[in-house]
Write a protein that binds this ligand. Structure first.
Ligand SMILES: [Zn+2]
Length: 218
């Protein structure tokens, strides 16, 4: 039986890699210096490199169900996303952190419809989006608003990481909340001043903030 995945690996090595070999060898010789930490949902339809026009060495990526950020509580644990944030900020010294949710998100939908009972880790993980849930029946509009609210919630949690807060307050780092609409191919960016998501085609910036949680904002 032909192993199609093996064939793809061979095709990459034999036909694609020779065209990009110089890029990768330079990235090995000089090391990686990505300037963006991209925290995105694991959804297969969200393709960060396509959206941002970036390539090898440009994005430090961490992806999980829902594009969630666990709270920083100062304790050590097996937390892949928290470890990636610490590494990106302290070791790589990225200048931007993007949190990217998207339309038709199964993780956000599961906040309304629940997860399989045996998915105990998933159920616990989804709690990181719970505050974004609206007290309404699930509808396409409610789903979209919840997806966007969840992005803002994660930006607020990022500010709970001391190394993030320090750099944001010093003007050395910016936070970007994005909601990618798969069917339109357009990112809507969170504007902290208006508190709204604005289509990239209309926006004046690629999103920034919030620097304060809703309760603290003046
Ligand atoms: Zn998703």
């Amino acid at each position: 039986m032909p192993d199609e995945l093996l064939q793809r690996l061979r095709r990459f090595h034999d036909h694609i890699f020779p065209g990009v070999q110089d890029t990768f060898q330079a990235l090995v010789k000089d090391g990686q210096h990505p300037t963006i930490l991209f925290i995105g949902c694991s959804d297969s339809r969200l393709v960060p490199y396509l959206l941002t026009g970036t390539g090898p060495g440009d994005l430090f990526l961490v992806r999980n169900v829902g594009a969630f950020v666990p709270p920083w509580d100062g304790s050590a644990g097996f937390h892949g996303t928290a470890a990636a944030i610490e590494f990106a900020v302290l070791n790589l010294q990225v200048a931007r952190i993007v949190v990217c949710g998207h339309s038709h998100c199964g993780g956000i939908r599961a906040l309304y419809e629940g997860a399989p009972p045996q998915a105990t880790n998933l159920q616990a993980w989804l709690e990181l989006g719970r505050e974004a849930v609206l007290p309404v029946q699930l509808s396409p509009e409610a789903l979209r608003r919840t997806e966007q609210r969840a992005v803002v919630l994660q930006l607020e949690r990022l500010m709970g990481y001391p190394m993030v807060r320090e750099r944001v307050e010093a003007g050395a780092m910016t936070l970007h909340g994005w909601h990618y609409v798969i069917e339109d191919g357009e990112v809507h960016v969170f504007d902290v001043r208006s508190g709204a998501f604005v289509a990239a085609s209309m926006a004046e910036h690629s999103g920034t903030g919030p620097y304060l949680s809703a309760g603290q904002a003046g």
